[in-house]
Design a binder for this molecule. Structure first.
Ligand SMILES: [Zn+2]
Length: 470
């Protein structure tokens, strides 16, 4: 897909703020009755005056810094004029010529290679209200409007067209989400927290904009669909026209919204009710407040815990996973902890389509790893405890007892080895004749006899000893 060119505009709600961008209404508007978290400002009533949320500006600068952007000397709000029911004022307060941050870069791991993706700009704007269609946007007979969302603080992060595949776009968005969560300005699990517009073209072809993709998985799917649509047209000799398309999540396709002839003219002009902000002067103080970010944490984990780069990468991608790991690593062998958190626990969570917030507390993981280190349970037993904790909850100690997971004593393993050898003369002959599989077969039989609770390393050792004596 090397001739694919993708640029993204990612809208992230700064949903960790207490109040909206220009008024005192709460940002906790999820799941409320429609139109209850509103006031004259966010309803756009005549004469209502916006007041900037200072903390939103601070968050925007921190995001700019975390994306390696330059911070503007001055930033200015503009009115973007258009009429739509989700925007009762008739204009959206956004930024135009003077975005708060610009010229940044974020590296994205593309199959082992770290590629820089340039960030053109980061700007602040207010969210419009939410239109609710019954069924799909095309078939709905009426539209409902909920203004609870109106005035929610948004950041728009705009990339240069540096992305080369839908998968890379997904990785970019994941990394952006993780950075915003590291900064504690954003909770990506809330519905509508992140919405994406994507520009996509094939080299030499017209650019198509896909509007309002509202799920993480939707971004990759919408791009895959749109690229194959453009490739099919090219193959059939049909010219791709420059247009704006809507992504229909349910049907997984994109549909024409408007073509170039209908391009909008927004008549941007400076918002007279908000003064320009000299934000450069805020930069140094906010720089001091930046937390350790994923790339820096990854390097520290390798240095401090002696773990592999791939483990460090998995463990630092999400702040919650990183914190979980550190709580386990401070009480266990850090390398063992890395394997069990990054490979086993994350693996079991992914399998269940759950995240680390749904896991059991790190103290329970510490207990499991202690039982593993002191030889009470086997690796297999530890995995079973993890699965049981995820599926049923409870206490690891009780699970080990109830499921009889404690490793069997050496005497019992030795007895099982003796029995297996007595019962499998043919396999012994095969082994002596040089057939390697025969040995694995015998190990399997001993494991079976001990209900899987023998230590495989011990079984190997005892079997070899016994076979040499026969
Ligand atoms: Zn309000």
């Amino acid at each position: 897909m090397s001739d694919v060119i993708i640029g993204l505009e990612v809208h992230c709600q700064l949903n960790k703020l207490n109040s909206k961008l220009f008024c005192g209404c709460s940002t906790r508007q999820q799941g409320l009755e429609p139109n209850v978290m509103t006031c004259p400002v966010c309803l756009g009533l005549p004469g209502a005056l916006p007041v900037i949320n200072k903390k939103a500006v601070e968050y925007a600068i921190m995001v700019g810094l975390a994306l390696n952007c330059k911070i503007a000397e001055h930033t200015q709000f503009y009115r973007k004029n258009y009429y739509y029911p989700d925007l009762p004022r008739g204009f959206q307060i956004t930024q135009y010529d003077y975005p708060i941050a610009f010229d940044g870069v974020l590296t994205v791991d593309t199959d082992g290679e770290e590629r820089p993706i340039r960030i053109r700009r980061v700007h602040m704007e207010e969210d419009p209200g939410r239109l609710v269609h019954q069924g799909s946007i095309e078939t709905s007979k009426f539209v409902l409007v909920d203004y609870n969302r109106s005035g929610m603080p948004l950041l728009e992060v705009v990339t240069e067209p540096d992305l080369r595949s839908p998968k890379e776009a997904r990785r970019f968005i994941n990394k952006l989400r993780n950075i915003l969560e590291y900064l504690d300005v954003f909770d990506g699990s809330l519905e509508g927290a992140l919405r994406v517009d994507a520009n996509v073209s094939l080299k030499g072809g017209a650019r198509v904009e896909i509007k309002n993709i509202s799920s993480y998985k939707g971004v990759e799917r919408a791009l895959l669909f749109e690229i194959s649509r453009q490739q099919n047209m090219r193959r059939r000799g049909i010219r791709v026209v420059q247009e704006t398309r809507h992504y229909d999540d349910e049907r997984n396709c994109t549909i024409t919204l408007r073509t170039k002839e209908q391009a909008e003219e927004y008549r941007y002009y400076p918002e007279p009710d908000l003064v320009p902000l000299a934000v450069k002067s805020w930069e140094s103080e906010l720089k001091g407040r930046l937390p350790e970010l994923p790339d820096a944490k990854r390097e520290r984990f390798k240095r401090q815990y002696g773990i592999s780069d791939s483990h460090a990468k998995v463990l630092t991608a999400e702040i919650r996973v990183a914190n979980y790991y550190e709580r386990v690593a401070e009480r266990c062998d850090p390398r063992m902890a890395a394997t069990w958190v990054a490979d086993y626990l994350k693996g079991e969570l992914n399998y269940r389509d759950r995240d680390i917030r749904d896991a059991f507390p790190p103290e329970k993981m510490v207990y499991i790893l202690e039982q593993l280190s002191n030889g009470t349970i086997t690796d297999k037993g530890a995995v079973e405890v993890i699965r049981a904790l995820l599926d049923e909850g409870g206490d690891p100690k009780d699970i080990i007892l109830a499921r009889n997971l404690a490793k069997v004593e050496t005497d019992i393993t030795r007895a099982a080895v003796a029995e297996v050898l007595k019962e499998n003369q043919a396999a012994i002959m095969d082994y002596k004749a040089g057939k390697a599989q025969a040995f694995n077969y015998l190990v399997g039989m001993v494991m079976k006899k001990t209900g899987g609770r023998a230590d495989p390393a011990e079984v190997n050792l005892l079997l070899r000893e016994s076979l040499e004596c026969t």
